[in-house]
Design a protein around this ligand. Structure first.
Ligand code: NAP
Length: 309
């Protein structure tokens, strides 16, 4: 079996940037694309805050460009999902389905996936009116009323985007203050199709027996009042959970599951680096993910160079 110089787990912004830098260092990186190729940028619409694109750029186009750029320098891409990693072995052993790969170094850029409320009725109706991806599923609710849950940038972005299809979007947030950046909040507020319900939580999604979303059972946290709010869909925009479970017990993570790194990208295992949203609970931007992907790649170069000597 060939021993790889570097394997990169994840094909979002951090993974592609790490691939570009390690490919240009002639390390012939192998990128394992994961369940959600392209990461969060692949599921978003217009990206207006990635420098270099004065008019903005569509997220999927940006990520495709990154992939092409890394491929041009020899990065290899492999469809697959990591099911097991043995970081105690040298070389490191990684298992994808029935396949095992050995590598001298590893860059974990597995990102974060959508968070759900955790209600059984929500789970039962995923794909039947419950979604975490406005760009994937918004179209199915043309002319209908939609609810978006959350108070951060993702929720604002989803609410604004969904007004393209929906007759009305109601943004439901558990507090009165919003975590979203001013510009995103103002944009949603200025949209005549977006209504706001604050201090409100979802207790149940109706109607599981009909296999479709007909209403949300809402509760006002201040008054305690509970009511059924008719809607055709519920889109979640309540943040993300880092994809690091496969490394549990081998790498340190914080209480929310983010991998703990020092000097930005170093894990406690030599030769294993982490970058992007899987280890960044503070910034979580496309540009910071790309930056940390670059740092991880430079650390891999240094690590392999030192190993050789
Ligand atoms: P976020 O900033 O962590 O916001 C999550 C929101 O969901 C918060 O308002 C939170 O409420 C709410 N929430 C969390 N768990 C909940 C639950 N169980 N029930 C009800 N509400 C819940 O996450 P995000 O909006 O996904 O943004 C993540 C990062 O990506 C941010 O740094 C953001 O700036 C960035 N981002 C940027 C853009 C852009 O600039 N174009 C677009 C999207 C995301 P509380 O406020 O009460 O905690």
């Amino acid at each position: 079996m060939d021993i790889r110089n570097v394997v990169i787990i994840g094909s979002g912004c951090a993974g592609h940037t790490a691939a570009l830098y390690t490919a240009r260092a002639n390390l012939k990186p192998l990128v394992i694309e994961g369940h959600e190729p392209g990461g969060q940028l692949g599921l978003t619409t217009l990206v207006e805050n990635f420098p270099g694109f004065p008019e903005g750029i569509q997220g999927p186009e940006l990520i495709e460009n990154m992939r092409k750029q890394a491929s041009r320098f020899g990065a290899e891409y492999h469809m697959g999902h990591l099911v097991k990693a043995d970081l105690s072995k040298r070389p490191i052993e990684l298992t994808f389905g029935k396949e095992t790969i050995q590598t001298r170094s590893l860059i974990i850029a597995s990102g974060a996936s959508a968070r759900w409320l955790g209600l059984p009725s929500e789970h039962a109706l995923i794909g039947h009116g419950v979604s975490s991806c406005a760009t994937c599923d918004g179209f199915f609710f043309s002319g209908k009323e939609i609810a978006v849950i959350g108070g951060g940038d993702s929720a604002m972005e989803e609410a604004t985007f969904l007004t393209r299809f929906a007759s009305k979007v109601t943004l439901i947030h558990r507090r009165e203050e919003f975590r979203a950046s001013k510009i995103m909040l103002e944009r949603a507020r200025a949209n005549p199709k977006v209504a706001f319900l604050t201090d409100t939580v979802v207790d149940e999604v109706l109607d599981v027996s009909k296999k479709e979303v007909t209403a949300l059972r809402l509760r006002n946290l201040k008054s305690g009042e509970s009511w059924d709010f008719p809607t055709s869909a519920m889109f979640l925009g309540i943040g993300h959970v880092p994809n690091a479970k496969v490394f549990a017990g081998q790498l340190d993570s914080d209480a929310d599951g983010y991998l703990v790194t020092k000097n930005n990208v170093m894990t406690k295992v030599p030769g294993v680096f982490a970058c992007g949203d899987v280890q960044d609970r503070r910034y979580r931007q496309a540009i910071t993910a790309a930056g940390s992907g670059c740092m991880a790649a430079l650390e891999v170069e240094k690590f392999l160079g030192e190993e050789r000597h």
